[in-house]
Design a protein around this ligand. Structure first.
Ligand code: NAD
Length: 496
């Protein structure tokens, strides 16, 4: 049995557990590895190794910590295709998509390599005579990352490089569904020269996460995943007085104004909705057609129907299988509910299978029109290749619809009107807004945000902004002793 190891105190070690989770190839559900459910002793050991490493790592000069990240980003680039291949094999993502997943993570490591200037504090000289006040930025201690299956390279890389560059040490609990990619990331991190215990990787599910959330040594928790788990993690972490940032689910709307360029809109919506099998927190799952743009729905459906799922190494594949049989069953259930609740199923991918891979988690592209707000396909995140089309009369109606939705991760508007775009960007209650950009994921010098049910906790997320999450500020006020300065009360000047 191909057992995945854990990284504890600089060593890749086998778990002593008897409980394993099968890691499968989503294209046919053949078992490719077994992820251990870490024992309590292993979790304790990972935490204590991170705690011990913190006492020395925090004192390593900041430029040295930055250099580790320089070497790391270099190694990640060198192994880009190798990591993407591992990622494709365990997620089913197309190779192009997998390379994008790795690349978006590398961009964050590049930011971490610039940590020195981000660790700068502030100084005011002479706040009183001979007294200066200055602040310095210091790491927190042991930080925890809990990551989802859908970006097994990018999301771990949102977290540990920045936390570690700031002087923290880290325990990562990646998704049990695709743990091979994060282990490759960890292997390269050691190769880059990370000292023992600075990064630890343990595996498992709910029980392991709950153990870690209750460990007093862990000071901050970064989570990305679904809404119910995000809520649970936010509540548990904060009940235990830990700093927490929890990125959760999404229902992203794209608003299509009648003055938009039709060709451009249709091309973009195809990839943004069913690309990556819809398993992206920034996928467009609702297209809101304003006024006459509704005439484009049949053509959009025709184009989406032509997207063919396939194997990760098939250059013609539009996207791959869903991650698991459970994910497939859930998406099929939602499609069925859409039909029963009265939406019109213009393209139905329920029966799709890939020849020779009938045992895989395949779902074909699916498009619904006549979708209404109270239908479950609109209310819930589907996380599959399913687009819901809705029609409204005006931009104001579109804004009202999007703002009433419980999620607020991403949105976009397609329009030729500057006035409409400006109104949308300012009135919409969503974290990331695209104007003629279907999936507006910002680069790591900006925050990756999320409003309403898409996010709980401290928003200082990935890249440069994450320095604010992973550090404390210490403000020092110092009187510099000088023999020439008369003792006694402070000297003041009279203001005229
Ligand atoms: P998930 O919530 O099932 O799992 C995420 C992590 O939590 C995994 O490591 C898992 O082991 C752990 N976990 C699962 N159940 C748990 C429980 N009961 N208690 C404690 N820990 C638990 O999410 P997923 O299916 O892996 O990922 C898909 C979800 O992630 C979607 O909802 C998607 O929208 C969301 N997501 C959000 C963002 C964002 O930035 N907002 C990015 C990517 C994915």
């Amino acid at each position: 049995m191909n057992k995945i190891e854990q990284l504890i105190n600089g060593q890749f070690v086998s778990s002593a557990t008897s409980q394993f989770i099968e890691v499968t190839n989503p294209a046919d559900n053949s078992v490719i590895a077994h992820a251990p459910c870490a024992t309590d002793a292993e979790l304790a050991s990972a935490i204590s190794s991170a705690e011990t490493a913190f006492s020395t790592w925090k004192k390593v000069p900041v430029p040295e910590r930055a250099r580790l990240m320089m070497r790391y980003q270099h190694l990640l680039k060198e192994h880009h295709d190798e990591i993407a291949t591992i990622l494709s094999e365990e997620t089913g993502k197309t190779f192009a998509d997998a390379k994008g997943d790795v690349w978006r993570g590398i961009e964050v490591v590049e930011q971490a390599a610039n940590v020195c200037s981000m660790m700068m504090g502030e100084t005011v000289e002479n706040v009183a005579t001979n007294i200066d006040t200055y602040s310095m930025i210091q790491p927190l201690g042991v930080c925890l990352g809990i990551t989802p299956f859908n970006f097994p390279a990018m999301i771990p890389l949102w977290m540990f490089p920045m936390a570690i560059a700031c002087g923290n040490t880290f325990v990562l609990k990646p998704s049990e569904q695709d743990p091979k990619t994060p282990m490759k990331l960890a292997e390269l991190f050691l190769k880059a020269g990370a000292p023992d215990g600075v990064l630890n990787v343990v595996h498992g599910g709910k029980d392991q996460v709950n153990y870690l959330l209750n460990a007093p040594a862990i000071k901050a928790v970064s989570f990305v995943g679904s809404v119910p788990v995000g809520q649970h993690i936010y509540k548990t972490a904060t009940d235990n007085m830990k700093r927490a940032q929890c990125f959760a689910g999404a229902k992203n709307h794209s608003v299509i104004m009648p003055d938009a360029n039709k060709e451009f809109v249709l091309n973009n919506l195809v990839g943004a909705s069913v690309g990556a099998a819809g398993q992206r927190c920034m996928a467009i799952s609702v297209a809101v057609f304003v006024g006459d743009s509704k005439e484009w729905i049949p053509e959009l459906a025709e184009r989406i129907a032509k997207v063919t799922p396939g194997l990760w190494n098939d250059d013609n594949a539009g996207y791959g299988p869903l991650i698991s049989p459970q994910a497939k069953a859930r998406v099929l259930q939602k499609i069925q509910e859409g039909k029963e609740q009265g939406a019109t199923c213009l393209v139905d991918g329920s029966d799709f299978t890939l020849e020779g891979y009938e045992g895989g988690n395949w779902v074909g592209p699916t498009v619904f029109s006549d979708v209404k707000v109270d239908m479950s396909i609109y209310q819930e995140e589907i996380f599959g290749p399913v687009l819901c089309c809705m029609v409204v009369d005006t931009l104001e109606d579109a804004i009202k619809l999007v703002n009433a939705n419980p999620y607020g991760n991403g949105t976009s508007i397609f329009t030729a009107s500057g006035a409409a775009a400006r109104k949308y960007q300012s009135d919409i209650e969503v974290g990331q807004v695209g104007i003629n950009v279907p999936i507006p994921v910002p680069l790591p010098f900006f925050s990756f945000t999320g409003w309403k049910n898409s996010f709980y906790g401290d928003l200082h997320a990935y890249g440069k902004q994450a320095v604010r999450f992973y550090t404390e500020t210490k403000t020092i006020t110092a009187r510099w002793l000088d023999d020439d300065i008369p003792s006694g009360p402070n000297m003041t000047i009279e203001l005229k």
